[in-house]
Design a protein around this ligand. Structure first.
Ligand SMILES: [Zn+2]
Length: 173
């Protein structure tokens, strides 16, 4: 509770009082402004989508992925131009999961072992997408780039889902 000056007579009035006890003038107290929390959330989601677009700025569009899946039925064409992905595909499931676990560990993720992995498909630039689940139940989508070193990028499936309400993990292109 605080005291404010009455605008009419100048006497001290509690800011909780509706009117001045001396002259009866209404006490004008500024209502605390409501924070526009909904607006803040919308901005955060917008920023998140922008970051996602930056991460996957490989020009992947629905028409591109359709082309990739329609031509990617045979093993030769689905791995063309992406040696790192081809190598991963040639491994046994056990070896592949071990390789993916090492990849996540080297990226700083706590992934003791990979319990499940799935090849999703390739985009028009021959970048390959894999979904994987770690022993601690964290799930990631890994992009293996079609460059000489087979550099990788990854997304946390849960984080993406929390951000935009859905994730592309575990979906074949
Ligand atoms: Zn007054």
């Amino acid at each position: 509770m605080a005291l404010v000056k009455c605008s009419e007579c100048g006497s001290d009035v509690s800011d909780l009082a509706k009117s001045c006890p001396k002259c009866g003038a209404p006490v004008a107290v500024e209502a605390p402004k409501k924070r526009a929390s909904g607006c803040t959330v919308a901005i955060l989601v917008g920023v998140g989508i922008f970051i996602l677009a930056l991460i996957f700025s490989s020009g992947r569009t629905p028409s591109d992925t359709q082309t990739a899946s329609s031509t990617g039925s045979s093993a030769t064409s689905s791995t063309s131009g992406n040696p790192a992905h081809a190598g991963l595909l040639a491994l046994s499931m056990t070896e592949r999961n071990a390789t993916l676990a090492k990849l996540m560990q080297s990226s700083g993720e706590r992934c003791r072992s990979v319990t499940r992995s799935m090849y999703q498909g390739q985009d028009a630039d021959n970048n390959a997408y894999w979904s994987l689940a770690c022993a601690n139940r964290r799930e990631y989508q890994v992009m293996i780039r079609a460059d000489a070193s087979g550099s990788t990028r990854y997304l946390d499936c849960a984080a993406v889902k929390a951000l935009i309400g859905r994730s592309e993990c575990w979906k074949a292109f």
